[in-house]
Ligand binder design. Structure first.
Ligand SMILES: [Zn+2]
Length: 541
């Protein structure tokens, strides 16, 4: 009895002691910065490594954690699905951002990923401003942070591209800003706010795009130091409008604001706006963790125009390395080194120019999906006596003209079988699968899983096409693109740095879907609603 009394007293005492302790705070950094480099192939960390300084990419690689084998696990490997996957930890089948553009199979309406007819532009033109995250069907890790902190955390998205600003910042963003080509201003939409914040207006009033375009684009260092690229004038690069040849100096860029997207200053102005946002919104200065999502798009536009072997790409990455060093220095001075967590990744990679590969006797090629669509419809018309049975050949997918098929009375499965057979006979095609009967498709891993993950019943074409390695759709003889399953498109960099990130690296395969799961674990918040990724446990030690 005595013992029981003693134990009871001890138990009550313990309760009192514990009750008097302050509620445990889940430790979190002051700020998380997500940095997506559009079209950055993993190998760019190493291709230009000897030319990088110590404070940019090399600082993250030296003092942070490098996930060397980070792969995309769905198709197509485009910008909107990429940014969405990074921040939702989910795949198009679930999060709904099935491509940059798609056709809704239920209504037949063609959609742009962030198009929203219900909202109005704020600060910019109608076409550029009717945007929101409304088509995104899952939460982002940024949404989860806001939910977890009872909205005390603040989230901002910044990019030249609307989709790269809006999708990362999620449904609950405090602000998302993107570039309007028709005015040269950064804008938003009424989804977020009815007016532009004063600091964005003040930034726009500096008219930086005009001065950047007037300044042009010259090489950062003497030309003989650019040893990782083909000669400046090579047949695989596209030209700027009005140029006689695709060569430096690019000093007659004109004043089309769209050109700003393709030059290093496009990344520079994005980082300047990110810094202005951080200062004016006082991010990282409060109790709750804030989140800044920055996406740099100039690497992508330039990649499409010049392809990976151009002096322009080497210079773009040298300048990006310096811009990154300055940005990290800015974060150190404002937030304090060690008080922020940063991850750097890409939304997809990019192929070598197919003509360049062919010149080296590597199997490759490029085809026009538009041309193939015409031929396919002609072939079907000859066989079945009905025109325009296929509506679109886009995103490496076939979308049927459902209305036309219904009115023609022709058996839908018969049409699909003919399409599959027609596509399989083409030289660029490796596999074709009817996604409505995918169980029968003989396609090897990891392509098979990538096809399933990428197939959204309402927003994807019902037939998916896998090209032979080295082949891609479009872009003619110059430049390059992305979108396929191949490692050059789907092997992306992933660097972690800062608060609670150990130094190190892993060559174990991790996936783009693991990024959001890992951020959620670091922050002790719920994983996003559609997350299928796993926590990268090397980071969360
Ligand atoms: Zn992209």
């Amino acid at each position: 009895m005595k013992h029981i009394l003693l134990l009871t007293a001890f138990f009550l005492l313990s309760l009192t002691v514990f009750a008097q302790r302050p509620a445990a705070q889940s430790p979190r950094p002051k700020l998380v910065v997500g940095l997506v480099i559009d079209q950055m192939r993993w190998d760019y960390l190493y291709r230009y490594n000897d030319r990088y300084g110590n404070d940019g990419f090399k600082r993250l690689m030296r003092d942070g954690f490098n996930c060397q084998n980070t792969m995309i696990s769905y198709l197509p490997s485009f910008t909107a699905p990429g940014h969405t996957c990074v921040y939702t930890g989910s795949v198009p089948s679930i999060h709904g951002i099935a491509a940059n553009d798609w056709i809704d199979n239920r209504t037949g309406k063609a959609w742009y990923c962030t198009e929203d007819p219900e909202v109005a532009p704020v600060g910019g033109s109608r076409r550029a401003g009717m945007m929101s995250p409304r088509n995104l069907l899952a939460t982002t890790v940024t949404d989860e942070l806001r939910l977890a902190t009872n909205m005390k955390s603040r989230v901002f998205g910044i990019s030249l591209k609307d989709r790269s600003s809006i999708l990362p910042a999620g449904h609950l963003a405090n602000g998302a800003f993107w570039f309007d080509d028709s005015t040269g201003n950064f804008i938003t939409s009424t989804y977020y706010s009815s007016t532009l914040p004063a600091w964005v207006t003040a930034f726009n009033n500096r008219h930086l795009p005009d001065s950047f375009l007037s300044k042009g684009w010259t090489l950062l260092e003497p030309e003989n130091k650019y040893t990782h690229s083909l000669p400046d004038n090579n047949p695989y690069e596209g030209k700027f409008a009005g140029e006689a040849a695709p060569v430096f100096p690019h000093d007659k860029l004109g004043h089309d604001y769209n050109t700003l997207r393709k030059i290093p200053a496009g990344n520079g102005i994005t980082l300047m706006l990110a810094e202005t946002c951080l200062e004016n919104e006082k991010l990282g200065q409060q109790d709750a963790t804030d989140f800044l999502c920055v996406s740099l798009s100039a690497t992508d536009y330039a990649g499409h125009q010049f392809a990976p072997n151009a002096l322009e790409m080497e210079d773009m990455y040298l300048r990006l390395d310096r811009q990154l060093a300055e940005f990290l220095h800015f974060l150190d001075s404002k937030i304090g080194a060690g008080n922020y967590t940063l991850f750097l990744t890409a939304d997809h990679g990019g192929a070598h120019n197919s003509n360049y590969l062919e010149s080296l006797k590597i199997p490759a090629g490029n085809v026009s999906e538009g041309g193939a669509l015409k031929e396919l419809n002609q072939g079907l018309a000859q066989e079945l006596g009905a025109d325009s049975l296929v509506r679109a050949l886009d995103n490496y997918q076939v979308t049927l003209n459902e209305k036309k098929i219904a009115s023609s009375g022709i058996d839908r499965d018969k049409i699909k079988k003919l399409i599959v057979r027609w596509l399989q006979a083409r030289p660029e095609v490796a596999y074709v699968a009817d996604m409505e009967h995918f169980e029968n498709a003989v396609v090897p891993e990891p392509i098979r899983t990538m096809m399933v993950n990428g197939y959204n019943r309402n927003r994807s074409g019902c037939i998916q096409i896998i090209f032979q390695p080295g082949w891609y759709n479009g872009y003619g003889p110059t430049g390059t693109t992305h979108g396929t399953w191949n490692p050059y498109d789907t092997h992306i960099p992933l660097l972690w740095y800062g608060w609670h990130v150990p130094k190190g690296e892993t060559y174990g395969t991790v996936y783009m879907t693991d990024i959001a799961a890992t951020v959620a674990a670091l922050l002790h918040i719920q994983m996003p609603g559609g997350c299928v990724g796993k926590v990268i446990t090397d980071i969360v030690k």
